[in-house]
Design a protein around this ligand. Structure first.
Ligand code: NAP
Length: 240
C-alpha cells in the first residue's frame, strides 16, 4: 500500500482518465480530494469517503478553494494531478475567441492556478509530486486543434520551468502525454479518423484510462525519486 498517508488532489476525476487515476491512487491507500463540475458523479466519490469539490478549475478562486479544502480536510497535499481538460476543435480561420480562451483557461491556466495555490504547502513540507496531464498533440500538433495543442505544449514548458523552480525543495514535477485513450473525449471521433489513428499505433490498440493511471501512480509515488521535468508518452508508440 505505497500511498498510505499520502494526500492526493486529482482534478477532473468524475470521468475518464482522471477517474482512473483517482481510483488507482485510492486503491493503494491515498486520501483523496477530487474535483469536477458534475455533482451527480461527485456523489459517487463521496460514498467511498473521498472529499469532493464541485469546482471549475478555470476560475482562479475556485481552484484556490479546492486546495484550501484539501488542506483543511487532510492537513497536507503530497500529490497534485492536473488532469481536467477540454477540447473545442475547429480550424483557426473560424475559431471564435471563446473556443480559444476556454481551452487555454481550463487546460493551462487551471494547472497554473492549482500549482500556485498548492506549492507553498509542498515547499514547507519539502516534498511533493505534481503530474500534469498534457497530450501527444502538444508535441506533434494537429490540424483543427491549435487551441488544444497550444494548451498542451504550454503545459510541457510549464512543467519544465516549475520542476527547475521547486527541485531544491524536494518537489518533483512531471507531465504525462497520452496518445489515443478511450474516454468520452475521444468517443465523438468519426470511425474513419479513429481507424486511421489505430493504423499508426505500433502496439496495435488504443489506450485505456488505466494505462495512463499506472504511469501517473508511479510518477506520483515515492518510488519516483529521480525523474523531474520530463514528459512521458503513454501512446502505444504513436509518437516515437
Ligand atoms: P473526459 O472524459 O472528457 O473527462 C474530462 C474530465 O475533466 C471530466 O472529469 C470533467 O469533469 C473534467 N473537467 C473538464 N473541464 C473542467 C473544469 N473547467 N473544471 C473542473 N473539471 C473539469 O476527458 P479524458 O479523456 O479523461 O481527458 C483527461 C485529460 O487527459 C485531459 O486533460 C485531456 O486533454 C487529456 N488527454 C486525453 C486523451 C484521450 O485520448 N482521451 C489524450 C491526450 C490527453 P466534469 O464533466 O465533472 O466537469
Amino acid at each position: 500500500m505505497s500511498m498510505i498517508d499520502k494526500v492526493a488532489v486529482v482534478t477532473g476525476a468524475t470521468r475518464g482518465i482522471g477517474r482512473a487515476i483517482a481510483e488507482r491512487l485510492q486503491a493503494d491507500g491515498a486520501s483523496l480530494v477530487v474535483c469536477g463540475r458534475d455533482a451527480a458523479r461527485l456523489k459517487d466519490w463521496e460514498q467511498s469517503g473521498v472529499v469532493t469539490v464541485k469546482a471549475d478549475i478555470a476560475d482562479p478562486d475556485a481552484a484556490a478553494g479546492l486546495v484550501k479544502t484539501a488542506l483543511d480536510s487532510w492537513g497536507r497535499i503530497d500529490i497534485l494531478v492536473n488532469n481536467a481538460g477540454i477540447t473545442r476543435d475547429g480550424f483557426l480561420m473560424r475559431m471564435p475567441d471563446n473556443d480559444w480562451n476556454d481551452v487555454l483557461r481550463t487546460n493551462l491556466s487551471g494547472a497554473f492556478y492549482l500549482c500556485r495555490a498548492a506549492i507553498r504547502s509542498m515547499m514547507k513540507q519539502r516534498s511533493g509530486h505534481i503530474v500534469n496531464i498534457s497530450s501527444v498533440i502538444g508535441v506533434t500538433g494537429n490540424a483543427g486543434q491549435t487551441n488544444y495543442a497550444a494548451s498542451k505544449a504550454g503545459l510541457i514548458g510549464f512543467t519544465k520551468a516549475l520542476a527547475r523552480e521547486t527541485a531544491q525543495r524536494g518537489i518533483l514535477v512531471n507531465a504525462v502525454a497520452p496518445g489515443y485513450i478511450e474516454t468520452d473525449m475521444t468517443e465523438a471521433m468519426a470511425d474513419k479518423h479513429r481507424e486511421a489513428i489505430l493504423q499508426q499505433i505500433p502496439l496495435g490498440r488504443t489506450g485505456t484510462p488505466q494505462d495512463v493511471a499506472d504511469l501517473v501512480h508511479f510518477l506520483a509515488s515515492d518510488r519516483n525519486r529521480y525523474i523531474t521535468g520530463q514528459t512521458i508518452h503513454v501512446d502505444g508508440g504513436l509518437v516515437i
